[in-house]
Design a protein around this ligand. Structure first.
Ligand code: TXA
Ligand code: MG
Length: 366
C-alpha cells in the first residue's frame, strides 16, 4: 500500500498545476453540479463545495488514496485530521463505535448545521482521515448543495477548508480559485458562506471539551447537554507543555500577508491606541487598514478602515472576518483590528482574530 500511495504522491506533484478548474454555479443549476461532483468523488477525485461555514475541499472519506490527495493539494501536514461530512444523521452509526446520548441530543438540535462532533471511530474510517487518532470528527452541513453532493457521492465526504494551508479559510468561490485554481477539477459556487468561520468542534467525553468555537456557542451547547469545558488554548497560544487536543491547534492559521495587531479595551481608549499605532506606522512609511465594528466607525473617519459588522452581534463580524483578512491582508502592511468581548459568538471571533495576529494583542485599558 505504501508504494502505491507514494506513486500517487509523485503523480500529484507532477500534475499539481496543470489541471483546468471548472467553476459551476450551484445555485442556478444545482442538479448538474452535484451529480458531476458526486461522480468525481466516487472516482477518487476532489471537489470544492459550499457549506454554511466556509468552502470545503471534498474527497471520498473512505478511500485512503483520495484523502491523501486532499493533504497534497492543500499542503496540509498529515498529522492534522479531517472532518467527515454526512448527509443523514443515521450515517454516524457506521462511523462512530457508539452514539452517546449527548451526541444524539446535540444532533437533534443542531444538525444539519455548523457543529462538528468528535467521538471514537469504527474500523471503516481510514487512519489517514483521523491522523491515527482513535476518534473521528463528523458534521452534517446545513447547506443544500453540500448535502446534495454528499448524497450523490454516496460516501462520507472528507473535507477540510478549501484553502492552501495557513491561509484564511475561503468564504467565496473566488477565494478558492485564488488558492487552488489549476489544482482541482471542480468548484461548486454557492455564493458567499453565511456563517463565514469554520464549524464549532466539540470533543464528546466527560465533560465534553470545546476544541474550536464557532456559530454554535458554548452557551447554546450547554443549554442542551449541561456543562462543557473550554480548551485552554482558545484565546492563547498552545504552550509546549499543553497537549494539542485538536491537532489543528498546533498550526498557524488564518495568516494574511500583513502584520495583524489586535487592540482591545473600552471603546474610546481602544480607538485612541489604534490611532496612535496608525500614526506611528504611517510615519515609518507603512500602510495600515483598521478593521472595526460599525460602533467604532466615527473614531476612524478620514483613515483607511473597513467595517466588519456590529460588535453587539458578533456573528456579523464573523461573517466578514476571513474575506477582510484576505482582501486587506494583501493590500496593507499592517491591519489594526478592534478586539471585542469573548462572549457568545464573540469567542469564535476573538479565537480566529488572535490566531491571525499570532496572539499580538494590546489592552488599551492597561
Ligand atoms: O466548517 C468546517 O468545519 C469546515 C467545513 C468545510 O466543514 N471544515 C474545516 O475543516 O474547517 P478543517 O480541516 O479546516 O478543520 C478541522 C478541525 C482541525 O482543527 C482538526 O485538527 C480538528 O478539526 N479535528 C478533526 N478531527 C479531529 C479529531 N479526531 N480530534 C480532534 N480534532 C479533530
Ligand atoms: Mg482549515
Amino acid at each position: 500500500m505504501r508504494s502505491r500511495l507514494q506513486s500517487v504522491q509523485r503523480a500529484l506533484r507532477m500534475n499539481s498545476k496543470s489541471m483546468k478548474t471548472q467553476v459551476l454555479d450551484a445555485k442556478s443549476n444545482p442538479q448538474a453540479g452535484t451529480q458531476l461532483g458526486g461522480r468525481i468523488i466516487r472516482d477518487g477525485g476532489l471537489v470544492v463545495f459550499p457549506t454554511e461555514t466556509v468552502y470545503g475541499l471534498g474527497a471520498n472519506g473512505l478511500s485512503e488514496e483520495a484523502v491523501l490527495r486532499i493533504f497534497e493539494v492543500k499542503g496540509r501536514p498529515q498529522d492534522n485530521p479531517l472532518i467527515l461530512h454526512v448527509c443523514r444523521k443515521s450515517d454516524v452509526r457506521e462511523l462512530w463505535d457508539t452514539v452517546p446520548g449527548k451526541a444524539q441530543l446535540l444532533m437533534d438540535v443542531f444538525w444539519p448545521g455548523p457543529l462538528t462532533l468528535v467521538h471514537r471511530k469504527t474500523d471503516l474510517v481510514p487512519d489517514i482521515v483521523t491522523a491515527g487518532l482513535f476518534t473521528v470528527a463528523l458534521r452534517m452541513p446545513k447547506n443544500k448543495t453540500a448535502r446534495a453532493l454528499i448524497k450523490a457521492a454516496g460516501v462520507p465526504v472528507a473535507a477540510p477548508s478549501a484553502n492552501i494551508s495557513g491561509r484564511p479559510s475561503p468564504t467565496t468561490a473566488q477565494h478558492v480559485v485564488e488558492d487552488l485554481g489549476g489544482k482541482i477539477p471542480l468548484i461548486l459556487d454557492g455564493g458567499p458562506c453565511e456563517v463565514g468561520i469554520e464549524s464549532t468542534v466539540l470533543l464528546l467525553g466527560s465533560p465534553p471539551v470545546l476544541l474550536r468555537p464557532g456559530a454554535v456557542t458554548k452557551e447554546m451547547l450547554e443549554a442542551v447537554i449541561g456543562q462543557i469545558e473550554l480548551h485552554k488554548s482558545l484565546l492563547k497560544p498552545l504552550c509546549e507543555t499543553t497537549q494539542a487536543a485538536s491537532p489543528g491547534m498546533k498550526y498557524t492559521h488564518y495568516a494574511p500577508k500583513a502584520k495583524v495587531i489586535v487592540v482591545k479595551g473600552s471603546p474610546k481608549r481602544m480607538a485612541g491606541r489604534v490611532l496612535e499605532l496608525y500614526a506611528m506606522f504611517g510615519a515609518s512609511g507603512k500602510t495600515c487598514v483598521i478593521l472595526c465594528s460599525s460602533q467604532s466607525e466615527p473614531f476612524f473617519k478620514g483613515k483607511e478602515y473597513a467595517i466588519l459588522g456590529n460588535r453587539d452581534e458578533p456573528q456579523t463580524l464573523n461573517a466578514n472576518l476571513f474575506s477582510a483578512l484576505r482582501e486587506y491582508g494583501e493590500k496593507a502592511d499592517v491591519l489594526l483590528c478592534e478586539g471585542i468581548s469573548a462572549e457568545g459568538a464573540g469567542l469564535a471571533f476573538m479565537n480566529r482574530l488572535l490566531r491571525a495576529a499570532g496572539y499580538l494583542c494590546l489592552d488599551a485599558d492597561k
